[in-house]
Design a protein around this ligand. Sequence first.
Ligand code: ADP
Ligand code: MG
Length: 312
Amino acid sequence: MGDIVRVAGLTKRYGDLTAVDGVSFEVREGEIFGLLGPNGAGKTTTISMVSCLLEPSGGDVEVDGHSVRTDPGGVKRVLGVVPQEIALYPTLTAIENLRFWGRMYGLSGALLKERVAEALELAGLADRAKDRIEKYSGGMKRRINIAAGVLHHPKLLLMDEPTVGIDPQSRNHILETVARLNAEGMTVVYTSHYMEEVEHLCDRVAIVDHGKVVACGTKEELRGLVGDMDVVTIAVDESTEAALESVRAVAGVERVERADGSLQVLSRDGGRVLASVLGALADAGARVHSVDVQAPDLESVFLHLTGTSLRD
Ligand SMILES: Nc1ncnc2c1ncn2[C@@H]1O[C@H](COP(=O)(O)OP(=O)(O)O)[C@@H](O)[C@H]1O
Ligand SMILES: [Mg+2]
C-alpha cells in the first residue's frame, strides 16, 4: 500500500528551543502507526503540524498528496483529529456536542442524525446521550471526543495520547475502538508515551525523543536494533556505580543500563549470566527485589537507543 502521510525534515522552533527537529517518517495507508516518546518529546507539536494547526518552521508534510504548506484545505478534508485536550462543551449534552462537530464537518439532515447515532454507539454511550458532558467521567469524555473525531468518516485519524489519566475500562474501550476503526479501513496515527499500548496496537512505530526520530520501523525491526538479546530486569534497592561496574564486568553481559529502581542487563543468554550477575550485585552490597528475563520490548529499544527510560 502507498504512503498516506509523508513527513520530511519537519521542524518547529520556539525561540531557542527546537521542539521538533528534522523529523521524517511515512505512514502507510491502512496501518496503525505509533508515535512513541516521553513527555516533551515533540509528539503534540508534530501532530499539530500534520493537522495544519501549527505552521512548520521547516520541512513539509504531505497527507494523501496534499502539502500542509500549499494545500491545508486538502489536508483537512482527509483528516480526523482527536486532540490531547478534550474539545467538548461541558454544558451541552453528548448528542448536542456531536451534532455541533458534525455540522462543523459539513454534515446535516438525515446523514448527520445517522452519523451522530453511529458515533454514540461507537463510544458505547448511546444510553447517556442526553446527559450533559460535565456529568461524564474523564474516560467517557474521551470516548465522546474520539467519536466526534470520526463523524465524517475520515481516511486518516490522528490521536494524541487518547488514554492519559483515565480508568482501565475506558482505556480498554478506546484501544478496542482504535482496532475496530482500523479494521474498517481507517489509517490511524496513535501518539502515546505508553509503550504497552503502542506495542499492542501499532504495526509500525516511530520512537521520538528530544524532537528527533531515534528509530522507525515495524516492532520486529525495532526489537532487532537491540539485537538477539535477552533483557534481564533486576529491581534493586540502590545501584551504586561500583555495583554497575561489577555487573558490566560479568562475562556474557553486553550492556547495563540504569532505569528507575532497576537495572536492565542485556545478554545473548540471560538465563546463563543471571547467577553471576546476582553474585556481582550481592558482592557490591546491592539488595535485589525481583528479577525478570524477557525478549526485548519497545521499552528496552528506547533504553538501548537513548540510555534513558521511557517512563516518567
Ligand atoms: N507553544 C509553545 N511555546 C514554547 N514551547 C513549546 C510550545 N509548545 C510546546 N513547547 C515545548 O516543545 C517541546 C515539545 O512539546 P510537545 O510537542 O507538547 O511534546 P509531547 O507532546 O511529546 O509531550 C516541549 O519542550 C514543550 O515545552
Ligand atoms: Mg503531547
